[in-house]
Write a protein that binds this ligand. Structure first.
Ligand code: SAM
Length: 310
């Protein structure tokens, strides 16, 4: 019998997104930093293991690590080895430090990686990341991930007006025929970068018309398109109630707080220093209070934080 966590909008928590650090070695012009403000000390190996262990009791079987740049954590291997069995463990990384670590991360239990790569043009890449000399390291990181089987490697491309709108076909060609998936992400408004916001809905329409096949994913109701041997997923979070109403992820901040929504910071709950039983109680309450940021008109509130035993 499996207990599960379901919020008042009927959304079952099946995955965790854990921020390991606020630190980053790039300075991307638009970065949301997982919606975190500056935090104190970083989540420890034991804290990651604790929240993963407790959530696993409720059927959470997916963990994604993010940041900051998670590969700045020298103890990332240790963190991976401390996890309970999971169906899917992945990391989103800028890829600059991946080449040297891909093999050991795979051995420590990492299943796959997402690598952020917004442009195949060196100068544009330098402008977006505000850092020189990193572009080739990212490509090397992707190659290393492919060679050790951290696949499918998802290439995260934030779609930026006047910067990389003309690179979609080039990126599709890059992923074609390899265990790579292109994720095109709509820019969210952080750090005044919204002047680069480009219309992803019309891009999606163009991709849809060219696609051989489209498959709707459960998570966020994102659609994945297949175009002659290339896989392309569109992530459209803004004003998208479908996105929020199908969000089954709970976030954990880099200073060990439960964060029910990327776009809200007034409902964070610290679980630092609590026992397993205390964390479990706070978890159930916090999930119960979780609300979609963009709600559909027909969104129904059901019984709060009920734990079902199907
Ligand atoms: N440093 C890692 C990386 O580069 O992937 C992990 C952290 S980064 C915040 C995680 C993902 O969020 C990246 O794929 C990045 O492109 C995306 N992201 C950051 N800011 C964003 C924004 N304002 N809108 C949409 N996506 C964003």
């Amino acid at each position: 019998m499996q207990n599960v966590l379901i919020d008042a909008y009927g959304r079952r928590i099946s995955s965790l997104r854990i921020s390991l650090t606020n630190r980053c070695n790039l300075k991307c012009i638009y970065c949301h930093n997982e919606g975190e403000e500056d935090s104190g000390s970083e989540i420890t190996v034991e804290e990651v293991a604790q929240i993963a262990r407790i959530c696993a009791r409720y059927g959470v079987d997916k963990i994604k690590f993010s940041g900051g740049e998670p590969l700045l954590r020298r103890d990332f291997d240790e963190i991976l080895r401390a996890l309970p069995p999971m169906r899917d463990v992945s990391v989103t990384t800028n890829g600059t430090l991946l080449a040297a670590r891909a093999e050991s991360l795979k051995e420590s239990g990492l299943d796959r990686v997402n690598v952020s790569l917004d442009s195949m043009d060196r100068d544009r890449f330098t402008f977006i990341t505000q850092c020189k000399g990193q572009f080739d390291k990212v490509l090397d990181g992707i190659d290393a991930a492919l060679s050790v089987g951290l696949t499918p490697v998802k290439i995260n491309m934030v779609y930026l007006k006047g910067i990389n709108e003309d690179e979609v076909d080039r990126m599709i060609d890059y992923v074609r025929g390899k265990p790579l998936v292109l994720q095109i992400i709509e820019l969210m408004n952080f750090h005044g970068a919204f002047k680069y916001h480009a219309d992803v809905a019309s891009l999606e329409q163009r991709i849809k018309e060219k696609a051989d096949k489209a498959v709707c994913r459960e998570m966020h109701r994102r659609t994945k398109y297949y175009l002659g041997g290339a896989e392309v997923e569109i992530v459209r979070p803004i004003d998208n109630s479908e996105f929020c109403m199908n969000c089954n992820r709970l976030r954990i901040t880099s200073d060990y707080k439960l964060k029910p929504c990327l776009l809200k910071n007034d409902n964070l709950v610290s679980v630092r220093g609590l026992s397993d039983a205390e964390v479990e109680a706070v978890l159930i309450k916090t999930v119960g209070a979780r609300e979609p940021f963009f709600k559909s008109e027909t969104a129904k509130v059901c019984q709060p934080y009920k734990i079902y035993e199907p």
